[in-house]
Design a protein around this ligand. Structure first.
Ligand SMILES: Nc1ncnc2c1ncn2[C@@H]1O[C@H](COP(=O)(O)OP(=O)(O)OP(=O)(O)O)[C@@H](O)[C@H]1O
Length: 316
């Protein structure tokens, strides 16, 4: 695996002390690395330092063998797509895609070929002559990403590109992005606060908390081997039950088995069902165990082994 981007001990400290600290991160050629974390943890700041829109206060940023720490954005082989689409309102879709290529003095036939290819890839060949305000949010976002991709950056930087779109379009856009990214094999750094989006898109995920990276791993590593409770509770649903002084048992809803009684299963807990929601082929139960509410899944048709006397009691 070739390392495309490497950050060593990067910090960007704002005057008030906020920002990012001790960032050590490598991004491999051709992967989608997602920076995931809650609002204000420093995701955009980190992305902007990679794009050159933020001057680091410590550390180095390297692309392949080149130290780019002090280069301005336009001298870096990166292109950043910001949260708003920032399309040029007075230019058609075609002209939006063409503008950067003209600046690079690419010949007209070459521009034409590249833009046509991109519009076809985006499923927007019919919309070349439309203006941004005649497009839906999803279509505008496609153009914004297309405008970045026609420039063939070595690294594509995306800052919550789908946050303004509704849930269904968002899922479709993610699938499209994966397809295009695989086709062009373009190294991508993607910022999101949406764990589902990160799980679906990423080759690897970097989880951030309060300006620092807490864990980097594949979606399955982050889900199955979270380094600490913060990561565990940020990705998927995680239950906690006190298990003695300073100790908690942490487990995922899908790892719980409902059993008939606690006599045959001495390690089972007894709890009271507070809520049951039919989710399709399974039910989601909220169960009170030892002063904590935990979430479990019960398969469809599961007759909860509750006693008649205490109809809400289950053992798991
Ligand atoms: N220009 C700035 N000046 C001062 N503080 C800033 C500036 N930009 C960001 N911050 C602070 O730095 C921290 C990280 O902000 P950043 O925008 O990187 O977070 P984020 O994780 O991208 O958040 P969100 O998901 O809400 O966009 C926050 O505490 C924020 O208030």
């Amino acid at each position: 695996m070739t390392v495309k981007l490497a950050l060593h001990e990067v910090a960007k400290e704002y005057a008030n002390g906020d920002g990012i600290h001790h960032i050590n991160l490598t991004v491999n050629a051709g992967e989608i690395l997602t920076i995931l974390g809650p609002s204000g943890c420093g995701k955009s700041t980190l992305l902007r330092t990679i794009g050159g829109f933020e001057k680091v206060t410590a550390g180095t940023v390297q692309i392949e063998d080149q130290d780019i720490t002090d280069l301005p954005p336009e001298k870096r082989p990166t292109i950043m797509v910001f949260q708003g689409y920032n399309l040029w309102a007075r230019m058609t879709v075609y002209q939006n895609l063409e503008f950067g290529l003209k600046l690079r003095k690419m010949s007209k036939p070459e521009r034409h070929q590249r833009i046509d290819e991109m519009l076809t890839m985006l499923g927007m060949a019919e919309m070349a002559d439309k203006y941004p305000q005649q497009l839906s949010g999803g279509q505008q976002q496609r153009v914004a990403i297309g405008r970045a991709l026609v420039l063939r950056p070595e690294i594509l930087l995306l800052d919550e590109p789908y946050s303004a779109l509704d849930a269904k379009i968002r899922v479709q856009m993610r699938e499209e992005l994966i397809n295009i990214q695989r086709r062009l094999h373009i190294t991508t750094v993607f910022v999101t606060h949406d764990q589902e989006e990160a799980m679906m898109l990423s080759t690897r995920i970097a989880v951030m908390k309060a300006g620092e990276i807490v864990q980097v791993g594949t979606p399955s590593e982050i889900y199955n081997e979270p380094k600490n409770i913060y990561v565990a509770s940020f990705i998927g649903q995680m239950n906690f039950i006190d298990a003695g002084p300073q100790t908690v048992n942490a487990f995922r809803p899908e790892d719980v088995r409902i059993v008939a009684n606690t006599a045959d299963h001495t390690d089972a807990y007894q709890g009271t069902v507070q809520q049951s929601t039919q989710m399709g082929h399974y039910s989601q139960l909220t169960v009170r165990i030892k002063d904590r509410s935990v979430i479990l899944f019960a398969p469809q048709g599961c007759v909860c082994p509750a006693s008649r006397k205490h109809p809400n009691q289950i053992h798991c």
